[in-house]
Ligand binder design. Structure first.
Ligand code: GLU
Length: 485
């Protein structure tokens, strides 16, 4: 059997679209699950859209998510170069060959002439192909024009009648009337190919067996098949993927921050969680299992699970999944990831590891961390009604009393650690003959100034240290005194 070979063929746009990343993952998994090769090819023939640093973004993303390619621009391989702008002469040769095979023709029409003939064409149902007469030029007319250096493009020649069909692994058999296909440009006047030509030539030369790409290419695929047929080349398996949508009508949008992989990373999502989540957008593993590492998928992925209904990107689900990934980390690893976020708001003398122990199970995305821990840095101005808690049986009066008692008791603690704080407060609670919550709730409130906080009174006291704990209790006492009086 032929070796399975897939390729990821992004255009360097400057960012990695979530949909493109999913395509890359599927291509990788199709190859790896069948012991094949996955390669990276940069499709940069549209020089007008050139973006500085864009190739680096692609390489970096693939490295972060762990999609290791077997051949590619930076590592080479037997079918290089893997950057289309470096393959110019190859396309030119094949375009000339295709003209000889009658699958294409030279077109000498100027832009202006094409525009005006488009306008003058009253039969709007007729595609462009009937407007250009260059395909009827004789061989000698063509060579005359070439000799006199007339600028030209090479256009695809579409058969007059009949239909073209292809089979897609997701969409089934697709058939179109040839009369609906336009005779698009294959080689531009600058000598560079269009995507429509380069993808076919490269997929053939690079021996690609499975072409995976967005469903926006479905309608052009018959044209590609005509090219394969004209050259006498084998047609690859096609796998077109429905888009990932924000809602039933709306696409993901980079401007709204939900289309680019880098934006998710900078918001504190883990690459593993993003990969796991997007693999499931359009692929059913055939079980209820939701958590998959790339290594597991390399074994279990199959194309039968791919679906043709557009997937909706559910941000809450991704958040939840990211939270699960964070919880599954070791405390050390979580702490290492959280560190830069702590440093945004906290003094570096704080015991970050202890904060991590409190925060790990309460964090869904890392970028939430600064706002969650900022209260440790400075006590927020809070409403005294926070002290009033029905279930804890606290009100302004007993909170004031118990805070006063706690301040007095805690000021006697010599070695400020969790065990001593706990013992001290337990003694106080039994001496006062009150419920735990009647001391601990006001204390937690005074220390955090928040309705809910990572960690309870004891942990917060330990983190804040003795001086700051006593100071915050004092703030609470004076707030409550002002109201009580
Ligand atoms: N360069 C194309 C794109 O970025 C790739 C399409 C394909 O995979 O064939 O949309």
């Amino acid at each position: 059997m032929k070796e399975v070979r897939t390729r990821f063929a992004p255009s360097p746009t400057g960012y990695m679209h979530i949909g493109n990343l999913r395509t890359a993952i599927y291509e990788y998994l199709i190859a790896k699950s069948q012991g094949g090769k996955f390669l990276l090819r940069i499709e940069d023939t549209d020089q007008a859209r050139f973006v500085e640093g864009a190739i680096e973004v692609i390489l970096k993303t693939l490295s972060i998510v762990g999609l290791k390619y077997d051949e590619g621009p930076d590592i080479g391989g037997p079918f290089g170069p893997y950057v289309q702008s470096q393959r110019k002469s190859i396309y030119k040769d094949y375009a000339d060959k295709l003209v000889k095979l009658e699958g294409a023709y030279y077109c000498f029409c100027s832009k202006e002439r094409l525009e005006s003939s488009k306008k003058n064409n009253d039969s709007t149902s007729d595609p462009f192909k009937h407007m250009c007469h260059c395909k009827n030029l004789s061989v000698s007319e063509v060579s005359e024009k070439l000799k006199s250096n007339e600028p030209y493009v090479i256009r695809q020649r579409i058969p007059e009648g009949g239909t073209t069909s292809f089979h897609d692994l997701v969409y089934g058999t697709v058939t179109v009337e040839n009369s609906e296909l336009d005779e698009g440009v294959l080689l531009k006047s600058d000598g560079l190919p269009t995507y429509n030509f380069a993808n076919v030539v490269d997929d053939h030369l690079m021996e690609i067996t499975h072409v995976v790409r967005g469903s926006e290419y479905l309608s052009s695929t018959p044209k590609y098949n005509l090219l394969y047929t004209a050259f006498g080349w084998d047609i690859p398996e096609y796998i077109h993927l429905p888009p990932i949508m924000k809602t039933a009508e709306k696409k993901l949008s980079k401007r709204e921050g939900d289309a680019s992989f880098e934006d998710f990373i900078s918001k504190g999502y883990l690459p593993e969680a993003i990969v796991n989540y997007i693999v499931l957008l359009g692929w059913n593993p055939g079980s209820n299992e939701e958590f998959f590492s790339l290594q597991e998928l390399e074994k279990s992925f199959n194309t039968e699970g791919l679906s043709k209904s557009p997937a909706i990107f559910d941000l809450n689900k991704l958040k939840w999944m990211n939270g699960e990934y964070l919880r599954r980390l070791s405390l050390e690893d979580f702490n290492a990831l959280a560190l830069p976020y702590y440093k945004q708001v906290l003094d570096s003398k704080m015991d970050f590891k202890k904060i991590s122990a409190l925060l790990q199970k309460r964090t869904e995305i890392l970028s939430e961390i600064p706002e969650k821990v900022d209260f440790l840095n400075s006590l927020p101005d809070y409403d005294i009604m926070l002290y009033v808690h029905k279930k804890m049986k606290t009100d302004v009066a007993n909170s004031l009393n118990n805070l006063r008692a706690a301040k007095e008791a805690m000021s006697t603690i010599e070695t400020w650690d969790l065990a001593n704080i706990e013992e001290n407060l337990a003694n106080l609670i039994s001496k006062l003959e009150v419920k735990n919550g009647q001391v601990l709730w006001p204390l937690r409130t005074a220390l955090s100034g928040l309705e809910s906080s990572p960690g309870g009174a004891l942990e917060l006291a330990e983190l804040l240290g003795k001086t700051e704990t006593l100071r915050r209790i004092e703030v609470g006492i004076s707030k409550l005194t002002n109201t009580a009086s």
